[in-house]
Design a protein around this ligand. Structure first.
Ligand SMILES: Cc1cc2nc3c(=O)[nH]c(=O)nc-3n(C[C@H](O)[C@H](O)[C@H](O)COP(=O)(O)OP(=O)(O)OC[C@H]3O[C@@H](n4cnc5c(N)ncnc54)[C@H](O)[C@@H]3O)c2cc1C
Ligand code: SF4
Length: 331
């Protein structure tokens, strides 16, 4: 591991100021991703600014019904929070499906959103990888890509975004609050992560030195009937091959409203807006659910060894919507 300086920020402004003067510096959350990358030589920051002691460790219900999650809130605490479990069950389920208890006790909300791809070539510094070393090539396209993207990939990169939490948050229209050298801004989570295009080294639209301070979840009453389903190679401690976060509002057999996002299929947590458009106002039946899935997945461009993800994503979505419909009927 390269030598680096460690600073513990006492307030957000000084954290941002410290990083503004360090082009190779990085914020440190729980360290469960960044420190692994430092050990592997994938990341070589010369300054770590620890932001876990900043006053962003609270989950607040604001007067307008928004739930504000501080960036330093640990994944375990977020999953256990009563407001989250009752208002947004799919978010608690997504968190609990990720990593392990020990990791979730350390991992923070901000760090979880910014965790990097698990593409094996990205993590192996002896291999080329456009994301790690721009212009060096993408061995995954011809090599091991079973876990990688079927939607929105580019010639340069076919990586997937690994976070479960982000999939549920994208479905919930979360908004990321950021403080940077030029002040505060808010960024809708749909659009926060980038498709790879010809700059796969950039995972998000954040600029260097911008600190995530919180994530806001807008009010979405029907999200009380929501579910996160994750399919993976092992029952625990494994990243998603495909996952679905869905919330469904059905009245008199018709879909009034719906939110859907896929995980494990793209460089971003994939909001399924096309499927949602098919479903709104349509009968809540298996046939419509299949049609919605097919419309969303029509743009899928799988490779040799990940074509199984297309029917898997379709089936996982249909099963999840059917389960939610049954729950609604049994209310
Ligand atoms: C064995 C293993 C299995 C795992 N399985 C899963 C899984 O199944 N599903 C899943 O979703 N995740 C999984 N994870 C990943 C885990 O969820 C992430 O490592 C964790 O969420 C990262 O959070 P952190 O606070 O530790 O981030 P860190 O490692 O501290 O930081 C990650 C990145 O975020 C940046 N950062 C941190 N905080 C901020 C902030 N406030 N503002 C701006 N930038 C910031 C850092 O600079 C760094 O670039 C697994 C990890 C391991 C090691
Ligand atoms: S898919 Fe992306 S992360 Fe993986 S080797 Fe190719 S460029 Fe690197």
């Amino acid at each position: 591991m390269n030598p680096f300086r460690y600073e513990r920020a006492s307030d957000a402004a000084s954290a941002v100021a410290l990083l503004a003067q360090a082009p190779n510096g990085a914020f440190l959350g729980g360290g469960t991703n960044l420190v692994d990358h430092m050990k592997l030589g994938v990341a070589q920051p010369d300054l770590l600014v620890d932001v876990t002691r900043l006053p962003y460790d609270r989950i607040e219900l604001l007067p307008d019904g928004v739930v504000r999650i501080g960036a330093a809130v640990r994944n375990s605490d977020l999953a256990a929070d009563r407001t989250i479990r009752t208002r947004y069950p799919m978010l608690a389920q997504a968190l609990l499906s990720g990593a392990s208890g020990q990791l979730r006790n350390l991992a923070t909300t901000g760090g979880n959103l910014l965790q990097r791809t698990r593409c094996v070539y990205f993590q192996d510094v002896s291999k080329p990888c456009n994301k790690r070393v721009p212009g060096s090539g993408c061995p995954a396209r011809e090599g091991y890509h079973r876990n990688l993207a079927i939607l929105g990939a580019s010639e340069a990169c076919i990586a997937t975004h690994p976070s479960d939490m982000a999939v549920a948050m994208v479905a919930l229209d979360a908004v990321v609050r950021v403080l940077g050298p030029n002040g505060e801004r808010t960024i809708p989570l749909v659009g926060f992560h980038r498709l790879p295009g010809d700059e796969p080294q950039r995972d998000t639209v954040l600029e260097h030195g911008e600190l995530i301070t919180a994530v806001d979840l807008p009010r979405l009453p029907f999200a009380v009937r929501s579910y996160y389903r994750k399919v993976r190679d092992r029952a625990s401690y494994a990243f998603a091959l495909v996952s679905v976060a869905a919330a469904l509002d059905v009245a008199d057999g018709i879909v009034r409203d719906v939110r859907i996002a896929f995980g494990g299929v793209a460089h971003v947590p994939w909001r399924a807006t096309k499927a949602e458009a098919v479903l709104r106002g349509a009968p809540a039946i298996e046939e419509t659910f299949r049609q919605a899935a097919d419309v969303e997945l029509a743009d899928a461009r799988p490779l040799r060894n990940n074509a199984f993800k297309v029917p898997l994503a379709r089936n996982v979505l249909v099963r999840t919507l059917l389960d939610l419909t049954e729950k609604e009927e049994n209310r």
